[in-house]
Design a protein around this ligand. Structure first.
Ligand SMILES: [Zn+2]
Length: 416
């Protein structure tokens, strides 16, 4: 009896020790995960804060001539809160937060709740759900018309701007139709054939033959830059060349890196590419459709790198400011800002709201997550983007506002 009692006590003691050990481990691992963003103010010195915090005004409904769709790849609601809190303090406001209309979209795909840029980009571009890695095709391989192609049918000018390779999943989803997103060499051919007026981003290795510096290389002997010249494109490679363009150039291919952009001179910034694209596209009296993507918010979050994520968010904010400035001036332009999915599952666990940089940011994952993502809108009919809906509604709403009938629509052959 006594022995048993002792054994029982010993067992209890053992359990207690193990439990304590586990708790200590858990607490330690949490302490290790905690990271106050130690940033050098120079990291963000390229960013000038907005002069005001008030929302931009609502605009009376009138026919929309131009649409600028801006996508923060991997940008969840929390990216905006973290960026604002670290850079401006909790009571500041980024440009993106000043857009007068806000909404939210779900972003699951045809088979998975948590998806990737190909399937979610397809939904934003075509109004259909598809499966992971597919670019603007239905799960059975049928190509779907994109909102950019529908705008072309209407006689509008079109443009794609990104900080990744221009053949990356998000921009590709607006003008290419391939079953596998990583076939960027084929996507480059399709982008060129699609006769988009403005293509700005990275990816020289996908267009010119024999260039290394990216995971893929053109080995089919084709030089798409030369083919672009023959198809009346002006080709630019640096910020300075971009700045020398004038509005008479109505077809421009700008490839500013062999692979993705590094956001440093001699490359143009995302805002500079946006400004240049707007200048070129706005020459068309029938209007334009422009998609601008801050591609690397996602990559910063996949690296769980707070500074990288914030910097890309700030570059996006400056590009949004360019778009809003244009839209305020023009009055017939609708600006819609959203994301394809969220990445990283960042959260703020503790911190005083008003001390810059003194918030504790933790990461839930280094992958995508299924959280709903934000929508912001400015311009005529912006209020149609209020509320909570599915990502497939975005291009349908744009088509409706532009008076494009019969959207979404399947296509049987690639349009020219
Ligand atoms: Zn993405």
């Amino acid at each position: 009896m006594v022995l048993t009692q002792n054994c029982y006590k010993e067992n209890q003691m053992k359990k207690f020790k193990i439990l304590t050990f586990i708790i200590v481990l858990f607490l330690l691992s949490n302490v290790c995960k905690k990271s106050y963003p130690t940033f050098d103010p120079d990291d963000f010195s390229f960013y000038t804060p907005p002069q005001e915090k008030t929302p931009f005004p609502l605009v009376d409904p009138r026919p929309v001539k131009n649409v600028i769709l801006m996508i923060g790849d991997g940008m969840g609601f929390i990216n905006i809160v973290v960026t604002r809190t670290v850079v401006l303090g909790a009571q500041g406001r980024l440009t993106i937060e000043r857009l007068p209309v806000t909404g939210a979209i779900d972003n699951y795909d045809a088979t998975k709740f948590v998806s990737g840029s190909a399937a979610t980009g397809t939904s934003l571009a075509t109004g259909y759900k598809t499966i992971e890695n597919m670019i603007s095709m239905l799960p059975d391989g049928t190509p779907a018309l994109t909102i950019l192609e529908a705008a072309q049918e209407k006689g509008m000018s079109t443009g794609l701007v990104a900080t990744s390779t221009i053949t990356h999943a998000t921009p590709a989803a607006f003008a290419a139709h391939v079953p596998y997103r990583y076939n960027e060499l084929e996507i480059a051919v399709q982008l060129l054939e699609s006769k988009i007026n403005v293509l700005f981003g990275g990816g020289r290795a996908l267009f010119k033959s024999g260039i290394s510096g990216y995971k893929l290389k053109r080995t089919d002997g084709r030089d798409l830059v030369e083919e672009a010249w023959k198809a009346d494109y002006v080709y630019v490679e640096t910020r300075d060349e971009l700045m020398r363009l004038n509005a008479e150039n109505d077809r421009v291919l700008g490839l500013f890196n062999d692979g993705y952009l590094i956001n440093e001179y001699p490359e143009p910034t995302l805002a500079e590419m946006t400004d240049a694209a707007l200048e070129i596209l706005s020459q068309n009296e029938t209007g334009f459709f422009l998609m601008v993507e801050a591609s690397q918010i996602d990559w910063g979050a996949e690296d769980n790198d707070i500074i990288y994520t914030i910097k890309e968010q700030l570059h996006f904010d400056l590009a949004i400011r360019s778009a809003i400035r244009f839209a305020m001036d023009d009055e017939d332009t609708l600006v819609v800002v959203t994301a394809d999915h969220a990445t990283g599952g960042m959260f703020i666990s503790v911190g005083p709201p008003n001390q810059l940089g003194k918030i504790n940011i933790q990461w839930g994952t280094n992958r995508h997550n299924g959280n709903a993502v934000p929508v912001f809108a400015y311009g005529p009919h912006a209020e149609r983007f209020m509320g909570w809906y599915d990502n497939t509604e975005i291009p349908k709403k744009i088509a409706n506002i532009l008076g494009i009938p019969d959207f979404p629509r399947k296509i049987t052959s690639k349009l020219n």
